[in-house]
Design a protein. Structure first.
Length: 471
């Protein structure tokens, strides 16, 4: 039975991006007023906005995240798809070279992902969230400090575009300002002990470019060449995502010592140096639509707010746990965190003592699972900074690598890994007796000598006329 709320609980959300608007959706049924403070103006359509440089890179929303968003804001999925986003089945909708070899594509759909530009993802969520009763957007306003004491946050001071400052009181403050959050320093100013941080940084640099696809992207697969952390060289990887507007969003990446650059002439050259030249071969058939954009702020960074003892404050998304974008878990883990916040608020008084601590632990759980996936891989790359793998880490990584190799020809392993990667299942899935047996048994078939392409995909690759569709 839900606890009766105070008459007028007020929620203040710092940051109007995806995490902030999802937080609004989670708390709108449980607060009388929800104010979202956003530094930049937000467009009414799926257009680029200031303050979101990562929008120019490839974004995947795994099914675990998509399902969470749909549960928070029903109808969002339909908005994405009607605007041109692609629903890609996994594993049969992916051409993927893993560290263990090429994946086969003869399996039934295990999960899915949504492929679209980040601007489209954010727009649909923003439209839905801002339509909820009690939700208000304060754009072109910047939070500058928190209000309260060392035991409870009671609001924040915001600075408007004209330079004037305003103190906004709140029963609950949610920090969704992202990687660049100033909240640790603001809390210290209130007397809260320094928030501990854990950082694992493989030095990943991203270079991305949009292309006009040479083929209809409606049923086009995701193409993914993964890095292999077992090799004593920099880890390089690349992805082609089919997105709205008949385009491919292409992102290439390299860890410290093997980074891509912003030089246009070097983009395809870098792609040809991956573990397979497949992406470069496809790019030779496509038309560039813009410059190469580079991003370097990709470290895995975890701020341990769950260890602080301060009421009235929660951090969500990258503000709490920022993940290397290589694995595509940022949006999905934030969405699952917001759903966990909603579920906790449904049975709690959001103004009560101890609620913030319970909420922080709840929103951290899905992000913590994604954190383990990311740092387990990144810590193994040469020149990575941060915690080094211990014996237990190396044993776990060895088991995962065995599963990855097995998954190239075994659906049990494919399904288990896909459930974990899409955040539909936890790591416990990988310890199921069926999965353990599959790993012990190993690959059932010889490795593929190359990617499993359909006749259409092969025709595009070779520059040949497309086959006539069957009636």
């Amino acid at each position: 039975m839900a606890t009766t709320l105070q008459p007028h609980p007020r929620v203040l959300i710092l940051g109007g991006g995806l995490s902030g608007t999802l937080a609004a959706a989670a708390l709108a049924p449980h607060g009388n007023s929800i104010d979202i403070v956003e530094r930049h103006p937000l467009p009414d359509t799926p257009k680029p906005r200031r303050g979101l440089p990562q929008a120019r890179h490839a974004h995947m929303l795994w099914s675990g995240g998509a399902d969470a968003i749909e549960s928070l804001l029903p109808g969002t999925m339909d908005m994405w798809l009607r605007a041109g986003a692609r629903r890609v089945p996994i594993p049969n909708g992916m051409i993927s070279l893993s560290p263990g070899g090429w994946y086969r594509r003869c399996w039934p759909e295990a999960q899915y992902l949504i492929s679209a530009g980040r601007d489209l993802f954010d727009w649909a969520v923003r439209v839905q969230a801002l339509a909820l009763p009690g939700v208000r957007l304060l754009s072109e306003a910047e939070p500058v400090r928190l209000l309260g004491t060392r035991t409870r946050v009671t609001g924040a001071v915001i600075r408007h575009r004209d330079g004037t400052e305003e103190a906004l009181e709140a029963d609950l403050v949610v920090d969704a300002t992202g990687r660049s959050s100033h909240a640790p320093g603001w809390l210290t100013e209130l007397g809260v002990p320094t928030v501990a941080e854990t950082v694992v940084d493989a030095g990943v640099t991203y270079a991305s470019r949009r292309y006009k696809a040479p083929v209809d992207t409606a049923d086009w697969p995701v193409i993914n060449v993964q890095a292999d952390a077992r090799l004593a060289v920099a880890g390089t990887a690349g992805t082609i995502l089919p997105v709205e507007g008949g385009a491919w969003m292409v992102s290439l990446s390299g860890t410290r010592g093997g980074e891509p650059t912003s030089e246009k002439a070097q983009f395809t050259t870098f792609a040809r140096q991956l573990r397979s030249p497949l992406i470069a071969d496809y790019l030779a058939r496509a038309e560039p639509l813009g410059p190469v954009t580079v991003a370097r702020n990709t470290a895995n960074r975890r701020r341990h707010y769950e260890k602080t003892r301060v009421d009235g404050f929660i951090a969500l998304g990258d503000s709490a746990i920022a993940l290397n974008p290589l694995y595509g878990h940022g949006m999905s883990s934030a969405a699952q965190g917001a759903r966990a916040l909603r579920d906790l608020a449904a049975n709690s008084d959001i103004t009560s003592k101890g609620f913030a601590g319970r909420a922080q632990r709840a929103v951290n759980r899905p992000a913590a699972a994604a954190w383990l996936l990311a740092v387990g891989q990144d810590a193994a790359f040469p020149h990575a900074i941060g915690k080094k793998p211990n014996l237990a880490d190396r044993l776990a990584t060895g088991y995962i690598n065995r599963l990855i190799t097995t998954a190239c020809s075994d659906f049990t392993a494919v399904e288990a890994l896909t459930d974990v990667m899409t955040l539909q299942g936890t790591g416990v899935v990988l310890a199921h007796p069926r999965v353990l047996l599959a790993a012990i048994r190993g690959p059932r078939l010889p490795p593929l000598g190359g990617p499993a392409l359909t006749s259409t995909e092969e025709a595009v690759l070779l520059g040949r006329p497309l086959p006539t569709p069957k009636p």
